[in-house]
Ligand binder design. Structure first.
Ligand SMILES: Cc1cc2nc3c(=O)[nH]c(=O)nc-3n(C[C@H](O)[C@H](O)[C@H](O)COP(=O)(O)O)c2cc1C
Length: 247
């Protein structure tokens, strides 16, 4: 059966989207951000409840949030016990104690750890950072809180009471935002790291009660930096499928 234009376009967008971790300084016109949001709002959700809200920061407001997040990151990584740290799990100093709505310090099950490690090591190798260079790894981690130089930062909030399914709905929204941006030549990076501290975002926006900060999203024009071509790959379909029981 010949593939339709839609099939080819969607496959290309899905397969070529990469997390962008270095953005050019070029601004993103507000109308373009609006167009992305206008497409992404068509994401499906359970009972069409659309149990999420998005805060969009650019310009001076984005700079204010960035400065506050960086101050917290710097305070956290100057912990006298640890020196330069590269893991959010180590952010334990009093003044930089995470105040996020969700715990971003996730313990991964053993079977997923190799994927996580391979992705991290591949990223650092692309950046020319040696595994044992914890100071350089910390500098790279710090870039999360600068939104990797993106001119726009989005923050996705979900209704707390709805539990797993509101988070599932928000995930579909997140991918819709990323693909709507990708289709326009823009780049994105989903950033769970941006949920570590909710205070700076709550200070900048009228976040409705019961809405919890789930994830951030950096948005802008990809730079030419090699990091943007880093592709950690995926397991193949056979590895993703659950086999039938055999007796
Ligand atoms: C929910 C979510 C949170 C993520 N958080 C971060 C993050 O905090 N920092 C980061 O550099 N990448 C983050 N990523 C990007 C993933 O590392 C990336 O999607 C994955 O390695 C696959 O690479 P690709 O997006 O380039 O295909 C996140 C992705 C998702 C979906």
């Amino acid at each position: 059966m010949p593939e339709s234009d839609d099939t080819q376009t969607l496959a290309r967008l899905l397969r070529s989207r990469r997390s962008i971790r270095d953005f050019s300084a070029r601004e993103v016109p507000a109308a373009l951000v609006d167009a992305i949001l206008d497409d992404a709002r068509w994401a499906p959700s359970w009972s069409n409840t659309q149990p999420y809200k998005i805060a969009v920061a650019s310009g001076a407001l984005k700079e204010q949030i960035k400065a506050q997040l960086l101050a917290r990151y710097d305070a956290a990584t100057k912990a006298p016990s640890g020196g330069p740290l590269d893991k959010l799990g180590a952010l334990l100093t009093r003044e930089a104690l995470p105040d996020g709505d969700f715990d971003t310090r996730i313990e991964y099950p053993a079977e997923l750890t190799p994927r996580r490690r391979a992705t991290g090591f591949g990223l650092y190798a692309t950046l020319g950072i040696a595994r044992e260079d914890s100071a350089a790894r910390s500098r790279q981690m710090r870039r999360n809180f600068e939104f990797f130089g993106a001119p726009v930062a989005l923050f996705v909030f979900v209704r707390q009471e709805l539990g797993a399914y509101s988070i599932l709905d928000a995930g579909i929204l997140l991918q819709s935002l990323m693909l709507a941006a990708q289709a326009r030549g823009l780049g994105t990076c989903a950033e769970g790291a941006l949920a570590t501290w909710a205070g700076p975002v709550r200070e900048a926006f009228e976040v409705p009660p019961n809405h919890k900060l789930l994830c951030g999203l950096a948005l802008g024009w990809p730079s030419e930096h090699a990091v943007n071509a880093y592709n950690p790959g995926r397991v193949n379909v056979a590895e993703m499928l659950i086999p039938e029981k055999r007796d």
